[in-house]
Design a protein around this ligand. Structure first.
Ligand SMILES: Nc1ncnc2c1ncn2[C@@H]1O[C@H](COP(=O)(O)OP(=O)(O)OP(=O)(O)O)[C@@H](O)[C@H]1O
Ligand SMILES: [Mg+2]
Length: 263
């Protein structure tokens, strides 16, 4: 049975799909048979992120409704061997799906593949609940700001009510210079405050958005720090040792930043 990771968040737009696609690509390039399941019913995006939009004929909804077989719905991602995509239904609403049906499809995939990555929709609504039927390890993505952290806390509380693995957290769009100056809280402290294991820290980088504009994947975005951060996250998710980068504030810079604010 393969590993199943569900990449979720409270707040939208924090980088779930970016990180889900990057992890899927990483594992596939390591030789693991991997499938990325786009769970954002009605708002599919993983096909574009992996430049596989022209290959998509069927989707998760079609598999559940048995309009096609699993093999017909799994898209081979161009230029990345070992990686398949199961697209999200674009013409359905989350309420058109049932959690137990989604769970059944995901379990079947995990029986065939080494790694299944679920890209969840934002929030704690029906779309997310559809994915909670799958026995996935929950990974919460947040950005290091109060709004996103508050929403991550809410989602964490919801997930902790279940008799399932507790979530870990990934901070995306972290900025070492802002942390050093005391403008951004260090991800390590935020994870401690949320009482969640810190799984990864992905830096903010214009290269990530530029990769999206060019239909390139995150691992080919050209920013070595981002690629390294994805590798660290992927290893830690598999229980391997990989040191997180240091994001620490500098007392001197913090002092001058405060003086500047007071002036
Ligand atoms: N580390 C990063 N540095 C810079 N930009 C990033 C980073 N991660 C994601 N982005 C950009 O942020 C935007 C939102 O990313 P993404 O679509 O992955 O978020 P999401 O959480 O999946 O959103 P939604 O809640 O709508 O599903 C995209 O334009 C993406 O390129
Ligand atoms: Mg998304």
């Amino acid at each position: 049975m393969g590993k199943i990771f569900a990449i979720m968040s409270g707040k939208g737009g924090v980088g779930k799909s970016t990180i889900a696609a990057a992890l899927a690509e990483y594992y596939a390039r390591q030789g693991k048979s991997t499938v990325l399941v786009d769970g954002d019913t009605g708002l599919r995006c993983a096909d574009l992120m992996l430049n596989a939009q022209n290959q998509v004929l069927y989707d998760l909804g079609d598999v559940i409704e048995k309009s096609c077989g699993m093999d017909q719905a799994l898209v081979l991602v161009p230029d990345i061997s070992n990686l398949c995509l199961l697209a999200a239904p674009q013409l359905m609403k989350p309420s058109d799906l049932k959690a137990k049906d989604v769970g059944r499809v995901v379990t079947r995939l995990a029986e065939e593949k080494d790694i299944v990555i679920l890209d969840a929709p934002a929030g704690i609504g029906r779309g997310l609940k559809n994915l909670l039927g799958a026995a996935a390890e929950p990974v919460i993505v947040a950005t290091p700001d109060d709004v996103s952290v508050r929403d991550a806390e809410k989602l964490g509380a919801l997930l902790n009510e279940r008799d399932e693995p507790h979530p870990g957290i990934v901070f995306n769009r972290a900025d070492k210079a802002l942390v050093r100056r005391g403008e951004m809280a260090p991800p390590r402290l935020l994870a401690q405050a949320l009482d969640m294991p810190l799984l990864g820290i992905v830096p903010d980088s214009r290269s990530v958005y530029r990769a999206l504009l060019r239909h390139q994947t995150v691992l080919s975005c050209g920013d070595e720090q981002v690629v390294h951060a994805v590798a660290i996250l992927a290893k830690r998710l598999m229980g391997q040792e990989a040191e997180l980068p240091v994001y620490a504030s500098s007392p001197i810079l913090r002092f001058f930043h405060r003086r500047g604010e007071e002036a």
